[in-house]
Design a protein around this ligand. Structure first.
Ligand SMILES: Cc1cc2nc3c(=O)[nH]c(=O)nc-3n(C[C@H](O)[C@H](O)[C@H](O)COP(=O)(O)OP(=O)(O)OC[C@H]3O[C@@H](n4cnc5c(N)ncnc54)[C@H](O)[C@@H]3O)c2cc1C
Length: 404
C-alpha cells in the first residue's frame, strides 16, 4: 500500500489499514520535512506562543516503527503510472503499489495582485509558514490580514492578543462568507471589533505596496492605503489535484470520490482536503477539516481492502479566537429558520438551523456540551422542534431517541 501525502488524512489511511488487519507493507510519502503533524494549532496556540512545536506531532517515531509504516519525509511524488501501478518519486525511484491513497491536501491561494511576492507577505498552511509568521509577528507593529475566513480571523486574534494593530480586509460584505451564516459572521465581526481590530468589509485589495522589497501597505479599490509591516493572506486554498489530474482521474474542484473515498480507479482512493465528494445533488461537496480527513482516511483504508465503510456522519469543525470556542456541526446553507439557546451577549450560545422543520446544523459558541449532543442528534437524524432547541430547561441529551 502506498500513500502520497503524510498529513492528517494520509496518516489515518496508514493507521486504519493496520486497524483493519492489513499486514503487508505500507509506505507513507510526504514532501514536508516533518512527520505528520496537527495543522489546527498553527493559527492558534503556535502563533499565540502557548504550545511547543514538539507537541504538534500526531504520532511519535516509535509508532511508525511499531506499526511497520515506512515514512518517507522530504520526498515528493512526481507522477503516477496507473497502468504499471507505480508511483515515480522526484529522484526517479519507482514504488509499485497494489492500492494507492492520495492525501495531497491543498495549497494556499495566491492573491492575484501586484506586490504579492514582497517580503512580509505570508500565507499559512504548513509549520514552516507558521514559523515565518511567528518571527514576523515578533517584529511587527501593524498587521493587515487579507481575507476574513477562519484562518485569517485566527491569525488576527493571535496578533491582537500580542497587542499589535490589526486590520482585517474582507472583499465580501461579511466575514466567513463561504462557510458560516450571516448571523455567525456578524457575531465574529463584533467580536473582533470589540477586541480592537479594524474590520473592513467590502474591501477589495488591488495592490500591495513596498519599499526595498518589503511590504509597507495594502491598497484597496476605494483608493485607501492600509499601512502594514506584516500582511497575512488567508484567501482560501486550492486542492492539490496535480498528481490525480496527471494520471487522468476525474477532478472537479478536488479529486472526485464517493462516500467510501473511492476514485474512478478501483486501486486508488483519495482523502482529505484534496478531495470533493460526489453527492446526490450534482454539486460535489468540499470539506476542509480534520474530521473529514480522518473519516475519509478510515473509509479509504476499508475500501483498499475491499470493504465498505462509508463516511456519512454530519460534518463538524471548530475554531478558536480570543476566548471564544466555536464548534459547528452540520451544513447550515439553505436553512430557513434559526433559533437560539443561550445568549450572544454572554458569548455563550448555540444557534440551531432548520430546513423544512428538520434540524440541519448547530453553531455552538463556548457551549461544548451542546455541540457533543448536537452531533448525536444530527448523526441519528433525530427530529427535534425549534421550540425544543430553544428551551434551555430541556437538556439536549434528553431529546435523543431511547437507546442512542
Ligand atoms: C492553519 C490551519 C488551521 C486549521 N484549523 C482547523 C481547525 O481548527 N479545525 C479543523 O477541523 N480543521 C482545521 N484546519 C484544516 C485541517 O488541518 C485540514 O483539513 C487537514 O489537515 C487536511 O488533511 P490532509 O491530509 O487532507 O492534508 P494535509 O494535512 O495538508 O497533508 C497533505 C500533505 O501532502 C503533502 N503532499 C502534497 N503533494 C505531495 C506529493 N506530490 N508528494 C508528497 N507529498 C505531497 C503536503 O506537503 C502535505 O504535507 C486548519 C488548517 C490550517 C492550515
Amino acid at each position: 500500500m502506498v500513500i502520497v501525502g503524510a498529513g492528517q488524512g494520509g496518516l489515518q489511511v496508514a493507521e486504519s489499514l493496520r486497524a483493519e488487519g492489513y499486514d503487508g507493507p505500507i509506505t507513507l510519502i510526504g514532501e514536508e520535512a516533518s512527520a505528520p503533524y496537527h495543522r489546527p494549532p498553527l493559527s492558534k496556540a503556535i502563533l499565540a506562543g502557548t504550545m511547543e512545536e514538539a507537541q504538534l506531532a500526531i504520532r511519535g517515531a516509535e509508532f511508525f516503527e511499531r506499526q511497520r509504516i515506512a515514512l518517507l519525509t522530504g520526498t515528493r511524488v512526481a507522477a503516477i503510472d496507473r497502468s504499471a501501478r507505480h508511483v515515480r518519486l522526484e529522484d526517479g525511484r519507482r514504488l509499485e503499489y497494489r492500492g494507492l491513497a492520495l492525501a495531497t491536501g491543498a495549497r494556499v491561494r495566491r492573491l492575484p495582485v501586484a506586490g504579492d511576492e514582497l517580503d512580509g507577505v505570508l500565507g499559512l498552511r504548513s509549520l514552516d509558514d507558521a514559523r515565518r509568521i511567528r518571527v514576523a509577528l515578533d517584529r511587527a507593529a501593524r498587521v493587515v490580514v487579507i481575507g476574513g475566513g477562519y484562518i485569517g480571523l485566527e491569525v488576527a486574534a493571535a496578533a491582537r492578543k500580542r497587542g499589535l494593530e490589526v486590520t482585517i480586509l474582507e472583499a465580501a460584505d461579511r466575514l466567513l462568507a463561504r462557510s458560516a451564516t450571516p448571523f455567525l459572521a456578524a457575531f465574529y465581526a463584533d467580536l473582533h471589533r470589540s477586541q480592537g481590530a479594524l474590520v473592513e468589509l467590502g474591501a477589495k485589495v488591488v495592490a500591495l505596496d513596498g519599499q526595498g522589497g518589503r511590504v509597507t501597505a495594502v491598497r484597496t479599490a476605494d483608493g485607501r492605503s492600509h499601512p502594514a509591516d506584516l500582511v497575512v493572506v488567508g484567501v482560501g486554498i486550492v486542492p492539490d489535484t496535480a498528481l490525480a489530474e496527471g494520471c487522468g482521474l476525474a477532478c472537479d474542484g478536488g479529486i472526485l470520490v464517493d462516500d467510501s473515498a473511492r476514485t474512478d480507479d478501483p486501486a486508488i482512493v483519495a482523502v482529505g482536503d484534496c478531495t470533493a465528494r460526489r453527492t446526490g445533488t450534482g454539486t460535489p461537496l468540499r470539506l476542509e477539516s480534520v474530521q473529514n480527513a480522518v473519516e475519509q482516511g478510515r473509509s479509504a483504508a476499508a475500501a483498499l481492502l475491499g470493504r465498505e465503510r462509508p463516511f456519512t456522519a454530519a460534518p463538524w469543525f471548530w475554531s478558536d479566537q480570543y476566548d471564544v470556542k466555536l464548534q459547528i456541526v452540520g451544513l447550515s446553507a439553505d436553512h430557513d429558520r434559526m433559533v437560539l439557546r443561550g445568549s450572544p451577549e454572554d458569548r455563550r450560545f448555540s444557534a440551531f438551523y432548520f430546513r423544512r422543520d428538520a434540524l440541519v446544523a448547530i453553531d455552538s459558541i463556548n457551549r461544548p456540551a451542546d455541540h457533543m449532543a448536537g452531533r448525536k442528534l444530527l448523526d441519528h437524524k433525530t427530529m427535534i422542534t425549534p421550540e425544543q432547541a430553544a428551551d434551555e430547561s430541556l437538556p439536549l441529551a434528553s431529546l435523543m431517541r431511547p437507546g442512542r
